[in-house]
Write a protein that binds this ligand. Sequence first.
Ligand code: GLA
Length: 392
Amino acid sequence: MLQINPNLNDLVSDAAAGLASQLGVDPTITAAAPGRVNLIGEHIDYCDGFVMPFAIDRYIVIAGKANGSSEARVATALGGPIVTLDLTRPQEVAEPKWANYLRGVIRGFQDRGHHIPGFDAYILSSVPGGAGLSSSAALECATATFLEGLLDTRLDTREKALLCQKAEHDFAHVPCGIMDQFASAFGKPNRLVLIDCRSGEPELVPFENPDLTVLISNTMVHHELSDGGYASRRKHTEDGLAILGKSSWREVSAADVQANWSRLGEPVNRRSRHVVGEIARTVEAAAALARNDFEALGPLMAASHDSLRDDFEVSCKELDIMVEIARTIGRSGGVIGARMTGGGFGGSTVTLCESSKAPEIAARLAADYEKTTGIKPQIFASRPSKGAHLVD
Ligand code: GLA
């Protein structure tokens, strides 16, 4: 039942083979960047909150080589026509849509005064798309890392992540926070990327207990953040803060939200309750992890899911069903906690469980989910992995 994560070395050789067969050249530069899963701290990265994601062992790999022209020619493992980009001009939004992530990142480099030489590239991914695991951030960070190789330059990691976030804003029109690009850029093996989104400081927190396993369950319900649901939630939180007359959510307490409930109005009051509650839960979860108190984590993950479902309204039936199955298996069955992860409206759940019981739990999640929904999910275990890097 548990899917095996494709080995990064295999992806790198497959990308080289793809480049050779599609564009007829061998790579001189190969970049890899991971997707992410978030343990807790959802929809608060754009509210000065704390988030606790890690880079997963699923990657987007870009293999390529300078081609001596002023054009980029890009092929992907998904097939479709080779995309050509004219690098003599500043990149703009265009068709096909997936290439906007590349255009946006190239534009970020152009805006910093870099002249991008022509190149051929081939893109391969083991990050499921539309699954709430940040395949778009992985593509942005892989592109930025590839360009660092091509230009023989290195950006500061934070600057690279922010350049990628801007590409997402301007070229994919998703007003995202900093979580995904930071997780993909800063990720390290055996470390969570705990981010204080007010200071923009990532802290690498140990997560290496072999008795703990993180299961990711892709509901296979495709999520789309560019269709307005994400932007509207972000707007509600901005409205809430303005009504409360504060400059940061870190200055707002649960009591402030309660005292201003009717002034905030529906649904901004519930959105606000989520934000302050989730910030507090994430701080508590980080403290619980630091003292190895895994029992404290479960209820925090449960409360996070309930709040995202009821107050923030970004869950969906299938995510709720997957979480419910994990809750039914419960602590006696080896489940420590479960919740939706990422932007929501479909996508994946994250289940923290005992490693010895992980295969059984995965089998049960898959079977019960399919029985209830008729959909075959994709379930895999993941460990914190290396962030965006050039492959030797
Ligand atoms: C998406 C965004 C992130 C974050 C999450 C929700 O993944 O890209 O910035 O807001 O949703 O936590």
